[in-house]
Design a binder for this molecule. Structure first.
Ligand code: HEM
Length: 343
């Protein structure tokens, strides 16, 4: 296999780590020295070779360990995966999209053999070889959305589109930045975004919704979002806040370089063919501050972004209390030189 998969954890001893390759291709999200919300959407038509944008669903060295972590979250809390009854067809659409994409984009890792509705799916990294009947749920061990998203990195929201609105009617959400599928299930686009500060007043969600409603099949889109996480935790859910919230108080000037992580979400949007639903994969990439500053232009810029971020955003993203310590650390890597636009 072309990718060497890490054997690592996102909990307890936190053995998660990024190779030099993963650091170099990390999706650093800032194209200037300051940050504010915007409708930062672009086409998802592939990207530079080796980048996280190259394939429709990026598979990297964390794949096997992330899938193991997902299975643990689901064993503790099955409500992290929910699909309202009218969303089963969208689940099949998603299964098809992921199987076709992965088998075309990573033929050495995944194979899909189709003979009418009899499909054979081979997932080599996870040791899966299943034959099933497409559109017949009884032939899979889980519903179609759950089956395939147990084998795909990132969270997945599957949105029903009706009445010129998107509805969060299905999802697999185990690696989220402090929001809950169980709370949001059945909500519409404006309702689940209600807690976000400033963006409503800026008209961002109205414009974003208009864009999303018009996404066509075969023309996916993407954007980046970011936040901060202490320790390389994938599961920062409200359900488990009692476990991870407290860890924010363990930062010290000595350990901040290894414990504090920038968390970047590569969010993509695909129209699904039969159901006309929209799928929203949210792929999480973590990088420790000490790895991040090995790229001098990133260290310099992150210092300026964190320093100048409006308090409302630092509060919403949950790092306002640790911001002074983050700035002390990052300022060592800001030599005051101007930066050029872009990343
Ligand atoms: C935050 C879902 C598309 C902008 C969030 C949250 C959820 C979410 C669940 C967390 C809200 C909370 O605090 O409880 C989705 C889904 C989308 C989608 C399912 C696809 C249909 C978009 C788009 C934009 C956007 C297209 C474009 C501007 C934001 C922003 C935040 C946010 C700015 C705050 C993030 C932060 O500061 O960390 N979204 N979203 N979302 N969303 Fe979306």
């Amino acid at each position: 296999m072309t990718i060497q998969f890490n054997n690592e954890t996102f909990r307890d001893d936190y053995s998660f780590h990024n190779s030099d390759w993963a650091i170099k291709r990390f999706p650093f999200p800032f194209h200037e020295d300051s940050y504010m919300y915007s409708v930062n959407m672009e086409q998802h038509r592939g990207g530079p070779e080796g980048s996280v944008y190259e394939k429709r669903f990026d598979v990297d060295e964390h794949y096997v360990s992330e899938m193991r972590d997902r299975a643990m979250v689901l064993a503790d809390d099955p409500l992290r995966c929910q699909s309202l009854p009218h969303m089963t067809l969208a689940g099949w659409d998603l299964l098809e999209l992921i199987m076709v994409s992965k088998s075309e984009d990573y033929p050495d890792l995944f194979e899909l053999h189709r003979d009418g509705n009899t499909w054979r799916w081979i997932n080599k990294p996870l040791g899966i070889d299943d034959t099933f009947t497409f559109l017949d749920e009884t032939t899979l061990p889980y519903g179609p959305m759950e089956y395939i998203t147990r084998q795909a990195q990132g969270d997945f929201c599957v949105l029903d589109q009706r009445d010129e609105m998107l509805w969060m009617d299905a999802g697999m959400v185990t690696t989220q930045a402090d929001w809950s599928l169980d709370f949001d299930i059945g909500m519409n686009f404006f309702e689940w975004h209600a807690p976000v500060p400033l963006a409503h007043e800026m008209g961002i969600f109205k414009r974003a919704l208009k864009f999303l409603l018009n996404i066509q099949q075969g023309a996916p889109a993407r954007r980046l979002n970011w936040t901060m996480t202490v320790n390389p935790l994938l599961d920062t859910s409200p359900e488990n806040y009692h476990k991870w919230g407290i860890q924010k108080t363990t930062l010290t000037p000595e350990n901040i370089g290894s414990k504090q992580h920038l968390r970047v979400e590569l969010q993509t949007f695909f129209r699904l063919p039969r159901s006309n639903a929209l799928v929203f994969p949210i792929r999480c990439y973590l990088i420790s501050f000490q790895d991040l500053v090995t790229m001098p232009k990133w260290g310099r810029r992150l210092h300026r972004v964190v320093r100048d971020l409006p308090d409302e955003l630092a509060t919403y993203k949950g790092f306002i209390d640790n911001r002074p310590m983050m700035l002390d650390y990052l300022s060592q890597f800001d030599d005051g030189l101007p930066t050029s636009p872009g990343v």
